[in-house]
Design a protein around this ligand. Structure first.
Ligand SMILES: C[S@@+](CC[C@H](N)C(=O)[O-])C[C@H]1O[C@@H](n2cnc3c(N)ncnc32)[C@H](O)[C@@H]1O
Length: 272
């Protein structure tokens, strides 16, 4: 079985939007990385990641589904992607432990629609929901379980699909500027090419895989340093701040004095 790999071209130009967001959100933010969640929010504000993923799902995946009745988002986080992509479905279930999709379910229902439901738990659930989902999404959630469990995780996601449904997983790739930075500082790499190829053999099907190109922008080196630290969060204890600062200043500086980093993310699709 083979993997069909292609770059994904966004349907809109998200750069201008993210530049405005950058200017608005980054001014006056202080350089620190004491906690994960504020750093993640800072990273989200600095990048066009969520709009690009949302656009990819809405333009490439949702139209290709045989039906759009139910969607499941595993590890919905704050629910930015779920809220937008879920508009195409009659019912949407989010599984997200503890933080109650960080945005409260009631807020979510008010902002979007009553069709959103949240389960506070870890996937796979002891009592799985009915297997009638048209789309099961796992965006940046596989890192939380060891690599040895990934296939099991994906298989459980695929089990919940109705016939013809698709499960889509999205992960950081090891290529591009951010991938190179991660490798340079000895971060964990995931070998997405090999893993997607393995999935193709394991599930005995042709797998479509896409390269999503994300841009992170910052006005100053301190802000880009903060984004780089978030990206390298798992290996930060091994990294000397001076070396990272030097790397950020030399690799990501733009001619206009701002900073920009390109991230490649891999999306792959398994059908039932
Ligand atoms: C990096 S965030 C990604 C959020 C969102 N999917 C996105 O792409 O913007 C990953 C989320 O997965 C959640 N998570 C981790 N392991 C999980 C599991 N086994 N089941 C459900 N959620 C999980 C975490 O709590 C976190 O909010």
């Amino acid at each position: 079985m083979k993997v069909i790999h292609k770059p994904y071209t966004p349907t809109k130009d998200f750069r201008r939007g993210s530049e405005e967001l950058t200017a608005l959100h980054l001014l006056n933010k202080r350089f620190d990385c004491r906690t994960y969640l504020p750093s993640m929010q800072f990273f989200i504000d600095s990048s066009n990641e969520k709009p690009i993923i949302t656009d990819f799902l809405k333009s490439e995946i949702v139209p290709s589904l045989p039906a759009r009745k139910k969607m499941l988002d595993i590890g919905a986080g704050k629910g930015e992607i779920t809220g937008e992509v879920g508009k195409s479905f009659n019912k949407v279930l989010m599984i997200e432990p503890g933080r109650k999709p960080r945005m409260q379910e009631s807020t979510f229902k008010r902002m979007f629609s009553p069709k959103y439901t949240h389960i506070d738990g870890y996937f796979p659930l002891d009592t799985p929901p009915a297997n009638d989902f048209n789309l099961v999404l796992g965006s940046h959630v596989l890192y939380y379980s060891g690599q040895g469990a990934w296939i099991y995780f994906i298989e459980c996601a695929r089990d919940l699909l109705s016939k013809g449904g698709k499960t889509v997983f999205i992960m950081n790739d090891d290529i591009g500027q951010a991938g190179a930075m991660n490798i340079h500082f000895g971060g964990e790499t995931y070998g997405m090419d090999r893993f997607v190829q393995y999935c193709s053999c394991y599930f005995n099907q042709e797998i479509k895989s896409y390269e999503l190109q994300i841009t992170v922008q910052a006005l100053t080196y301190k802000e880009m340093m903060r984004n780089a630290m978030f990206y390298l969060f798992n290996s930060l204890r091994k990294i000397k701040p001076d070396e990272l600062l030097d790397y950020v200043k030399t690799q990501f500086l733009q001619p206009d004095g701002t900073y920009e980093m390109r991230i490649f993310e891999r999306a792959f699709v398994i059908e039932k």
